[in-house]
Ligand binder design. Structure first.
Ligand code: ATP
Length: 220
């Protein structure tokens, strides 16, 4: 059975924490590929000042030709709000028999019960809770209750069924967030080593203005 990881995010901008997360999960779960899915208009956060097209460009630059990473632009192309439920429905229609593994960072797992049609999401995909270093947001109680009895520890179980199971992965920590990157940019400090060089090289003054519009400058 083909097994596909799904990694959605704002990616404003994409950084090495995102790339390592996608690659480690792909290898650890022996997934055929991971789709990186930049959000169009995220329903749960203030829309970033930077355009969806620019965020998508950066995801493309960051992934380059890395085997097993696929840039999926369906949310950017879609009109209106980007709901994960709709994204998963589209993917499921295209791949009725594949194992789909939706990756959830701590923040996403914590807010999962506020998502559009969240209770139906496990009918479309497995849920992989990826613990994020240095953040301690627990998965929402509602999510834990929904997935009671569905928890597995062996990745082979996820690859053997199309949807419906719950697994946790803890990854080596990388203390990078887009918020930190934007704070450094605002303070006119270097983001080398945090953000792929091809992405840094593509930044225009206008990009940096849009990215850092409401951002506090980095303190550290
Ligand atoms: P922001 O700082 O603006 O909230 P972010 O760095 O969290 O941005 P998002 O695009 O919101 O980036 O992240 C998408 C997903 O990636 C989220 O589920 C988040 O938990 C996860 N993620 C981001 N950075 C890391 C990291 N360093 N390690 C593991 N997971 C991460």
């Amino acid at each position: 059975m083909t097994a596909i990881g799904l990694f959605g995010g704002t990616f404003a901008p994409i950084h090495h924490g995102h790339l390592r997360l996608a690659l480690e999960v792909r290898e650890r779960l022996a997934l055929d590929r991971v789709h990186l899915i930049p959000a169009g208009t995220p329903p749960h956060r203030q829309a970033p000042g930077i355009s969806a097209q620019r965020r998508l460009d950066w995801v493309r630059l960051a992934c380059g030709n890395e085997r097993g990473l696929v840039v999926d632009d369906r949310e950017v192309r879609r009109e209106g709000r980007s709901y994960t439920f709709d994204t998963l429905s589209g993917l499921r229609a295209e791949m009725p028999d594949a194992s789909l593994v939706l990756m959830l960072g701590d923040d996403a797992a914590n807010q999962f019960h506020t998502w559009h049609r969240w209770q139906e999401i496990p009918e479309l995909a497995h849920l992989l809770f990826v613990e994020r270093p240095f953040e301690h947001a627990a998965p929402a109680q509602q999510l834990v209750a929904l997935m009671r009895g569905k928890r597995v520890t062996d990745p082979a179980a996820l690859r053997a069924r199309p949807a419906g199971l719950f697994m946790t992965a803890t990854l080596p920590p990388l203390a990078i967030s887009s918020t930190r990157v934007r704070g450094l940019l605002k303070a006119r400090r270097s983001v080398r080593g945090l953000v792929p060089q091809a992405v840094i090289d593509s930044f225009t003054d206008e990009d940096i203005d849009f990215l850092t519009h409401d951002e506090e400058p980095a303190q550290d």
